[in-house]
Write a protein that binds this ligand. Sequence first.
Ligand SMILES: [Zn+2]
Length: 163
Amino acid sequence: MTTFDIRYTVPPNFEQLKEAFFVKESDRILYAYHPYIYNPSGIEDISKPLLHHEGVHMDRQHGGLGPLAWWKHYCENMQFRLMEELLAHRAEYVEVCKHPHTSRAQKRAYMVAISKRLASPLYGLKIRAKTVKALLPAMDDLRVMAKVLSMEGQAPLEDGLVS
Ligand SMILES: [Zn+2]
């Protein structure tokens, strides 16, 4: 994964984000807006899995619609948002599982945690954690997803995403 520069300020589209997701500058949230990761609340301990998560958003913005249009879709289209977040959460989980010292129990706990996060009001997805937990492993068949996404005019997926 490429390394990204982090900016300790709000992203360029923050007005749009406030309106769509009721976020505040002090919320502990990272925003990917190619070519930077924005960290307005100054989170110090950004984990590697989270960087991978943001990296997926960056790659998708860069290789696809560009950040402006990507964010417009993200704010307005729930299905687009769900798909983009499933991809990013999946990459995050794969990164956790890649670590040789991660136990099965830790992997399970992480899966539960990211499923709950994606189902939280923050993302406005109206989806249950249980559903997310079922969807994430189903994404192993990335070739099908890549085909679907390429039909939608999105950037093709990397093959290495499967754990
Ligand atoms: Zn995300």
